[in-house]
Write a protein that binds this ligand. Structure first.
Ligand SMILES: Nc1ncnc2c1ncn2[C@@H]1O[C@H](COP(=O)(O)OP(=O)(O)O)[C@@H](O)[C@H]1O
Ligand SMILES: Nc1ccn([C@@H]2O[C@H](COP(=O)(O)OP(=O)(O)O)[C@@H](O)[C@H]2O)c(=O)n1
Length: 228
């Protein structure tokens, strides 16, 4: 760890990320709360790039990387992979995306993730989208997810819930104390949840779409008054 080449690569990556000055939204919530599903909708309408920490880690296993076995074992146990590994993957994906607006899904998952990301990248999230859902509903969804994931079995699901309560909720509480959390009731159907999500991303747009309508009404009224 920590070779000169690594350090140079890290410096270069951070330099370019700092230049990028990206907009980052952290998307957090328990396993199966619907983070990935809602991120796909947000991407379509608001021009963000979706980066799922879990997807990046699974891709790293598939790529045959030297960390693959370690990552795979941790995911099977529902444990959180060391921040250094996940942050490198996130940095690389951000730089390769060509975008400067990111939904970072499933990260930071513990205090170490949070502090390390902030220290390494100097990036503060604009806000944190928190999908709040009951364990009962999340368990039902995960058992039905059917993506062949090795961690979607009842034993690992229970471990992931425990990690979420013990390690991830404190991160959400930290951002809440800074007024950065936008909490969504994620126990509803997908479309209903997305209505709430949209309202968070597009309050200004909504006003803008209403504004020309009222403006045109005022204009018509003024013209009618002038014509009388
Ligand atoms: N609001 C919802 N109601 C019912 N099922 C949902 C809802 N949102 C997502 N799902 C389903 O639940 C499973 C987990 O959703 P996913 O988006 O992968 O969650 P996460 O990324 O938080 O783990 C998927 O099979 C998805 O299709
Ligand atoms: N920041 C992260 C995100 C995921 N992970 C690992 O990846 C697993 C799956 O995460 P995920 O975000 O894809 O899926 P969900 O648990 O949210 O359904 C987690 O249980 C962890 O083992 C991690 O170690 N660190």
């Amino acid at each position: 760890m920590g070779t000169v080449v690594d350090a140079a690569a890290k410096k270069e990556a951070n330099g370019s990320l700092a230049d990028l000055n990206p907009t980052v939204v952290f998307v957090l919530g328990g396993p199966g709360s619907g983070k990935g599903t809602q991120c796909a909708n947000i991407v379509q309408h608001f021009g963000y790039t979706h980066l799922s920490a879990g997807d990046l880690l699974r891709a790293e296993i598939k790529s045959g990387s030297e960390n693959g076995t370690m990552i795979s074992n941790m995911i099977k146990e529902g444990k959180i992979v060391p921040s250094e590994v996940t942050i490198k993957l996130l940095q690389r994906a951000m730089l390769e995306s060509g975008n400067d607006k990111f939904l970072i899904d499933g990260f930071p998952r513990n205090e170490e993730n949070r502090a390390a990301f902030e220290a390494v990248t100097k990036i503060e999230p604009s806000f944190v989208l928190f999908f709040d859902c009951s364990e009962e509903e999340m368990e039902r969804r995960l058992l039905g997810r059917n993506q062949g994931r090795e961690d979607d079995n009842i034993e690992t699901i229970r471990k992931r819930f425990k990690v979420f309560l013990e390690s991830s909720l404190p991160v959400i509480e930290y951002y809440n104390s800074k007024g950065k959390v936008r909490k969504i009731d994620a126990g509803r159907p997908v479309e209903e949840v997305y209505e709430s999500v949209k309202a968070i991303f597009a309050p200004k747009n909504e006003k803008l779409t209403k504004c020309p309508f009222s403006l045109s009404l005022m204009l018509t009224f003024s013209i009618l008054c002038l014509l009388r």
